[in-house]
Design a protein around this ligand. Structure first.
Ligand code: HEC
Length: 220
């Protein structure tokens, strides 16, 4: 049985000219006649529009980023200009740290626990000499002490400053803030304590052990 194959198209096309082959291929590929002289305007315009937007965004960010300073909340502020950086309110910082730590012993009321933790509200140590007050919180306090006529001494006041043996290592600014808060809360109304004053006392005393009432009373 001999099969009659259909004529092979490749053989048929063998006789086609180059031009006719090109024409057939271009038709098959769906190629349009050349129009290289015309740009497509829309993509070109979009390119310009988006380049412009990116440029604008970059300029905006550069101008209003506040130079990426963490202390900036005002987008128009400039850290290089003195006073533009927002200062942390010592009463806010002080309250935060009082509530975190001091409150465990001296209580949220600032009135302490009778016989164990002395009161800060109405205390002569808080409202009296700032030199003594700063030393108590920087270096701690141990031994018998009289506060508002009552005797204490069963427990010790911890070391808070950036000094040897400190469990807290609080900055001078933090100590000044908490003392300012204590001096203006719990019925107290005494002047603020500055970080510069705390720094000066820390520089003067260096590293030392906890104070006793006796030693403190020698300081004016
Ligand atoms: C672990 C408990 C404890 C913590 C926490 C504590 N204190 Fe005291 N504080 C004491 C004790 C106890 C005394 C009394 C020490 C003594 O008897 O010699 C004292 C004494 C004081 C005094 C002097 C006496 C008085 O009542 O006026 C001040 C001021 C004071 N503390 C402030 C603070 C501040 C501010 C903080 C937080 C930064 C703080 N204390 C955190 C336990 C504590």
């Amino acid at each position: 049985m001999s099969d009659q194959l259909p004529p092979d198209p490749r053989l048929e096309q063998a006789g086609a000219s180059d031009e006719s082959l090109l024409a057939v291929h271009e038709k098959a590929l769906g190629k349009k006649p050349e129009d290289g002289a015309h740009y497509r305007l829309l993509p070109l315009m979009l390119l310009f529009v988006f380049s412009g937007l990116i440029f604008y965004a970059g300029t905006y960010l550069n101008h209003f980023s506040g130079h990426y300073s963490a202390a900036i909340f005002n987008e128009n502020a400039h850290p290089a200009k003195a006073g533009a950086v927002a200062k942390v309110d010592p009463l806010v910082l002080g309250k935060k740290n009082y509530d975190l730590v001091c409150t465990t012993c001296h209580q949220a009321t600032g009135m302490g626990v009778p016989g164990v933790y002395p009161p800060l509200g109405g205390s002569e140590w808080v409202n009296g000499s700032d030199e003594r007050l700063i030393r108590i919180v920087l270096y701690g306090l141990k031994g018998p002490i009289k506060v508002k006529g009552a005797d204490f001494g069963a427990a010790a006041m911890p070391v808070f400053g950036q000094v040897a043996g400190s469990g807290y290592n609080w900055s001078d600014e933090k100590i000044a803030a908490v003392l300012t808060y204590v001096r203006q809360s719990f019925g107290n109304n005494s002047p603020a304590i500055t970080a510069e004053h705390v720094s000066a006392i820390r520089a003067k005393e260096g590293d030392r052990k906890e104070w006793s009432q006796e030693e403190l009373l020698k300081i004016p």
